[in-house]
Structure formats: C-alpha cells, structure tokens
Write a protein that binds this ligand. Structure first.
Ligand code: HEM
Length: 308
C-alpha cells in the first residue's frame, strides 16, 4: 500500500508540470490495459484481505476475552487502535468515493467529456474541476490526514509484528515512518490547495472552455455561413489569451450564464478532437444569371400615305 501511495503521488504531482504531462501519463496507463487490470486486481485483493483480516482479528480478540478488564492498563494502545479503526473506515469511504469521482466519473459525468486538443482524456481539467469544489477539496484533505496517521501507525505495527522493532531502531524507524507519512500527506494536499487557493490551472481551463464554445457555435452557425464568403464571418479576430477567470461550472463544461461569461463571438478555431464533426455546410446553388427582358416585337412598318 505504501508503494502504491508513493507511486500514485509521483504520478499526481505531474499536475504541477502541466496538462501535457498529466494527460500523457493517464494515456500511458491506458496503452496497456492488461497491466492496468493486473495492478487494479492486486490492489483490490490487498485491500479486501486487509479489511477482512482486520475484522477477523477484532472478532477473535473479543471472543478470546468476552468480559472487560476492570482496569484498563494499556490506554495508549487502546487509543491508537481506535484511531486505526476510525482512519481505516474513513479511508475505505474515501477510496470508494475517489474511484467513483475520478475513475468511474459517476460523481460528475461531465468529466468524461473532457478532452484536450490531442483528443486524450483531460485529467488536468478533471482535477481542476473536482478541486474547484471546496467540499471535495476539504474531504480529500481530511482523508489525506487520516491516510498519514493510518500509514505511519501501520508501518510501526507492521515492524512490531515481524520483529523488526528492536530497541536500537525503534525510535529512528518510527520517526522515519512519521516523516514519510507527513511528506505524502503534504504532497497530496498540495494539489487541491493549489487549485482552491492558488487558482492553479485557471488559464488553461478557461482557454479550453472558450475553444469548445467557439467550435460549438461555429458548428451551429455553419449551416448559415456560405463558404464562398468566409471573410464575412464576425469575430474573425485572434482568440484572446487565457487570462480570464474560469468558474467551476465552466470547468465542468456546463454552459455558462451571461452573468459569469461575456457573450462569445464565434472564432474560426480548430475543432475539438473527439467531438462530432460539424455537419457539412450545404453549398448554395449558383445564382441564375439575370434573364434579359423579353424582346419587344419589331414595330410594324409605318403606314405610308396613298401612292400617287
Ligand atoms: C489528492 C489526492 C489524490 C488525487 C488528486 C488523486 C488523483 C487520481 C486520479 C486523477 C485518478 C484517475 C487516473 C486516471 O483516470 O487515469 C486516480 C485514480 C486512483 N486513485 Fe487517486 N488520487 C489521490 C489520492 C489517492 C489515494 C490516497 C489513494 C489510495 C490510498 C488513491 C487511489 C487511487 C486508485 C486505486 C485509483 C484507480 C487507478 C486505476 O485503476 O485507474 N488515490 N487518482
């Protein structure tokens, strides 16, 4: 689990490198679906075994001593065990929510429609949209604190169980586990914090929303625009740079209201890959040459007076 959490953090920190890096990483994971499913199967089995064995040990302990102690001597051990149970349950809830949120994209189905200009799933925009919501960010942050506590105590207990916790290394090893868990929690929390408080990714997402709106409007207007007169297209100016604010609703790909988005003029930008191609513009038939007015019949010869 420690290994996965470290690897996953390294992958997620590519968010700070930019959309190209993290979207490419997501695409790479999908180039070998067999390997991905082996890792998923391994993680799921490990998680299930961990939960089942923990419950089993709890039940066995209760069975071994049904009546309570008169005086609780190991109060500290009891507390950390209780904390492990609480953090473990919260982490399980977090993992279920997290998979529904980012992997299955059930929490907000609009994430599935996010694609970058190369047609890859736009993980960067999905993370930005997810963490623009303060509730989700707070839940992730709290879960990461519990993850930190669960991992550091878990490492400590594991060393105790396998007999590695000798007197000599007890103190440095438990300090090492605590520092590593703190670093992991800090690394994970830095992502929602950067989005929520630093607006990280705002410019990129605003630009993607603009470009999608432009191509949508272009395909809507395509039927009315004659390809013979492209110069007449309004808004044929260079697209403004991505500096404007991107609201969470815009990031989620929802149509923006006039209150948060100025009306957009259509631009002739490249179509977004992955979106259906706009319908072909019907060519208007060539205008008929103007027909000349009907020829008047030649005037009859003028009547001449009687011949002498
Ligand atoms: C701030 C914290 C986290 C962020 C931003 C994050 C981000 C992500 C993202 C973006 C994905 C989807 C990747 C894709 O679609 O290719 C994902 C998947 C996943 N995450 Fe996290 N994650 C976080 C914390 C965690 C933690 C703490 C765990 C476990 C202890 C975890 C376990 C998983 C698992 C199991 C998957 C599914 C991988 C797969 O099968 O595709 N994540 N995460």
């Amino acid at each position: 689990m420690f290994g996965f959490v470290i690897g996953h953090l390294i992958g997620n920190l590519q968010f700070f490198v930019g959309p190209e890096a993290i979207n490419n990483y997501g695409q790479l994971l999908r180039t070998s679906p067999e390997l991905l499913w082996i890792i998923r199967g391994f993680l799921l089995t490990a998680l299930l075994l961990h939960v089942v064995f923990t419950l089993w040990v709890v039940v066995e302990n209760r069975k071994a001593r049904p009546q309570k102690y008169i005086k609780q001597a190991s109060v500290q051990v009891k507390q950390s065990t209780r904390l492990m149970a609480i953090s473990g349950m919260l982490l399980l809830a977090f993992i279920i929510f997290h998979l529904a949120h980012f992997t299955a994209q059930n929490v907000d189905p609009s994430y599935a429609g996010f694609h970058d200009e190369k047609g890859r799933h736009d993980i960067f925009r999905m993370m930005f949209a997810g963490f623009s919501n303060p509730l989700y960010s707070a839940f992730y942050a709290v879960a990461m604190v519990f993850l930190c506590s669960h991992l550091s105590h878990g490492a400590w207990s594991w060393m105790q169980t396998v007999g590695l916790r000798t007197k000599k290394i007890a103190e440095p090893s438990s300090r090492g586990a605590r520092i590593l868990a703190l670093l992991l929690a800090f690394g994970y929390i830095s992502i929602p914090a950067a989005v929520l408080f630093g607006g990280f990714g705002k410019g990129y997402v605003a630009e993607r929303v603009r470009s999608e709106q432009a191509s949508r409007q272009e395909s809507e207007q395509g039927e009315h625009i004659s390809p013979a007169a492209p110069a007449a297209l309004p808004g044929d100016t260079p697209s403004p740079s991505a500096k404007g604010p991107a609201s969470a609703s815009a990031a989620a790909g929802k149509p923006s209201t006039p209150a948060n988005q100025p009306p957009q003029l259509p631009t002739r930008g490249a179509p977004v890959p992955g979106e259906p191609a706009p319908p072909p513009v019907p060519l208007p038939s060539a205008p008929e040459p103007p027909t000349p007015p009907p020829q008047a019949p030649p005037p009859p010869p003028a009547k001449e007076g009687p011949q002498p």
